[in-house]
Design a protein around this ligand. Structure first.
Ligand SMILES: *Cc1c(COP(=O)(O)O)cnc(C)c1O
Length: 493
């Protein structure tokens, strides 16, 4: 299997190449030349597999320059501390909990294995470089990447986070992270400052040449990497089979998925699962107040010229939804010229439109709407009051939009709602939504953690236990103009 670009100019890359490069040389995103489509007989064989075997089976069709043993090793290393659960709420709502990993958010599902893929990829084609990964984070990506890349041979990771823009829990997860190949630096500024700083470093040719001379090639671990996307396809298969095993649907019956969406990675993986033969009816795309993607799916015009909103579901606060480019490629019938035109227009004017046939294709697979912050708060409370089930603010967006879908369409197809973070990771919002702000006004997030656990009788997830007692290992703060200097120092050894 080789990989080409959504923009059509780059072709014939191996899985290793695609994973190490992250972005295609023509500026597009890597996509496999084919998708392996399972028939119903094969699906029934997959349905008996455990998570690891299923992952190996699916990867074997794409990571074709890896040996079977290498794939197996990646999977074994990645998915030891992880679990995927399908919880049935009141026999009606089926929730796919993807947050039973080391940082209690779904990004672990991909960021536990991407470093393993990269590490094996480095051994291919006589590569001699080391990799330095640079990431700017608003919280979830940074902590998940740090856990994933910890002590991976040949790879270093540096995370920049906004000094005053992440939650106390997220910050504590990052600054206490052990690992000889890691560095975490706070940037004086907001997330945009951190992200712009990282982008400027990547765009500085002279700097990357200098790093190359020292044996380092700079790379990123963001969600457009095909090595992050592929692992996300696995849990849609797994969820479907769990729905069958639990007797919610009979084997072969189509189901819906409702997915809280930001950069369009998670939901694109759902669409890819459908493309590979999984019986999926509608994919419900749920966005927050930054509803650029749901507007697009309903109007055919993507317009990023709007005010950026900081919401209580920060991991979905996004105006440029990068992975959508891969969907556009499919929905235009693999028309890379038209994708290129749209992306050029997005970059220069912040806007593009698609034609009617593309819109029709999108509507065949997707339905989309958004949840305001008020919707989100109300839903957290009502789900808890009615079912005693706690959801985080991102998951709440999915729940609310699924409600809107049912009201709007009357569709009674059985549906899985994807839950992307533990409610304890966003404990202040969850607690305020359900119990009001009064009790917790004077508490810090660690105290609220205990408060929420006591009030609801839910156990605190293991990644947060004693987190407040862990030793701070990273306390560097830098000016946004000094980020390159920090990278320079990091790559001096
Ligand atoms: C990143 C993230 C999302 C958005 O996922 P995308 O793949 O970017 O669409 C949703 N919820 C949580 C908790 C996240 O961390």
């Amino acid at each position: 299997m080789t990989f080409g670009s959504t923009r059509g100019m780059s072709k014939g890359y191996s899985f290793s190449d695609a994973v190490l490069r992250g972005i295609a040389p023509d500026g597009g995103l890597f996509i496999p030349d084919d998708f392996y489509v399972y028939d119903s007989f094969q699906l029934s064989e997959l349905s008996t597999m455990d998570y690891k075997s299923l992952a190996c089976e699916i990867f074997s069709h794409y990571a074709t320059d890896f040996t079977k043993e290498e794939i197996q090793r990646c999977v074994d290393n990645a998915y030891t501390n992880m679990d995927v659960k399908l919880t049935s709420v009141n026999g009606y709502l089926n929730v796919l909990e993807l947050w039973h990993g080391p940082t209690a958010a779904f990004k672990d599902m991909a960021l536990q294995i991407l470093p393993e893929f990269m590490s094996v990829a480095l051994t291919k084609n006589n590569r001699h470089e080391k990799i330095a990964i640079l990431t700017a984070t608003s919280g979830d990506t940074g902590s998940a990447a740090l856990k994933g890349f910890k002590d991976v041979p040949g790879i270093k990771l540096m995370v920049f986070y906004p000094a005053h823009g992440v939650s106390q829990m997220q910050k504590q997860q990052m600054v206490t992270q052990e690992g000889s190949n890691l560095k975490v630096v706070a940037v004086e500024g907001n997330f945009d400052d951190a992200q712009t700083g990282v982008k400027n470093i990547f765009a500085n040719y002279e700097f990357s040449q200098r790093m190359m001379e020292r044996g380092y090639s700079l790379s990123s671990a963001n969600s457009i990497n095909i090595g992050r996307l592929l692992p996300q396809v696995v849990y849609y298969f797994y969820a479907y089979f769990l729905m069958c095993k639990k007797g919610v649907v009979s084997f072969g019956t189509k189901i819906n998925f409702a997915v809280p969406t930001g950069n369009f990675g998670n939901i694109l993986a759902c669409y890819y699962a459908k493309k590979c033969g999984l019986p999926i009816n509608k994919i419900i795309c749920a966005t927050n107040d930054n509803n650029v993607v749901s507007d697009f799916m309903n109007s055919g015009t993507y317009d990023a010229n709007r005010k950026f909103m900081e919401t209580i579901s920060p991991a979905m606060d996004i105006l440029i939804s990068s992975n959508l480019e891969r969907l556009l490629y499919d929905m235009t019938g693999s028309n890379s010229q038209s994708v290129t035109d749209m992306m050029v227009s997005l970059k220069s004017k912040g806007v593009y439109s698609v034609d009617k046939s593309t819109m029709d294709n999108i509507s065949t697979h997707f339905w989309s709407s958004y949840a305001t912050q008020e919707d989100c708060i109300r839903t957290i409370k009502s789900v808890y009051d009615r079912y005693g089930y706690l959801i985080d603010p991102h998951t709440s967006v999915g729940f609310d939009v699924y409600d809107k879908y049912v009201i709007s369409t009357g569709d009674t197809t059985k549906t899985v709602t994807v839950s992307t973070a533990s409610p304890f990771k966003f404990n202040k919002t969850v607690s305020d939504s359900i119990f009001g702000e009064k009790d917790t006004e004077q508490m810090n997030e660690f105290e609220i953690l205990k408060y929420l656990s006591t009030k609801t009788g839910n156990q605190i997830p293991w990644p947060f236990k004693d987190l407040d007692k862990k030793k701070v290992l990273h306390n560097k703060v830098c000016n946004k103009n000094d980020m390159m200097k920090e990278v320079d120092e990091f790559c001096s050894k």
